[in-house]
Design a protein around this ligand. Structure first.
Ligand code: FES
Ligand code: FES
Length: 153
């Protein structure tokens, strides 16, 4: 079995696992980064969203082989102390309810604001169209994204 190399939260990691192993399992089970959540396992809920080379991707639908050689960022790597503008806005707007979907939401928000500093309502709706929150936190998510707008480098 070949070993795969990838960078996770700025640290180079070597992973011994099958090529097709979902990145989600590598993050959670191999590396212990349990902030990234398993929801549907089918690419439709967004709970497992991480960044690969700055793009929001579903880690349940990304294989280890696809992630190899790339830079992966999880919610644990956004900041050391919760000081990322999206994290601060999430707290200020009291977005989370049960919290399960929120790491994925936060990673999508961070990716959106990186590519568009001041997103419109339409941009926000598009970015979160494939995210499911069973607690219905969507209105607070929209407010938090707007609060964080302009603050993500
Ligand atoms: S767990 Fe990956 S999209 Fe739902
Ligand atoms: S906060 Fe509970 S599922 Fe979104």
């Amino acid at each position: 079995m070949p070993a795969y190399q990838l960078t996770v939260n700025g640290r180079s990691r070597t992973i011994d696992a099958d090529a097709g192993t979902p990145l989600l399992w590598v993050l959670r089970d191999t590396l212990g980064l349990t902030g990234t959540k398993f929801g549907c396992g089918q690419g439709v809920c967004g709970a497992c969203t991480v960044h690969v080379d700055g793009q929001a991707v579903r880690s349940c639908q990304t294989s280890l082989k696809e992630a190899a050689g790339h830079a992966v960022l999880t919610v644990e790597g956004l900041s050391r102390d919760g000081s990322h503008p999206v994290q601060k806005a999430w707290i200020a707007e009291d977005v989370a309810q049960c919290g399960y979907c929120q790491p994925g939401m936060i990673m999508s928000a961070a990716a959106l604001l990186k590519r568009k500093a001041h997103p419109t309502d339409h941009d926000i709706d598009e970015a979160f169209a494939d995210h499911i929150c069973r607690c219905g936190t969507y209105p607070r998510i929209r407010k938090a994204v707007k609060r964080a707008a302009g603050g993500v480098k």
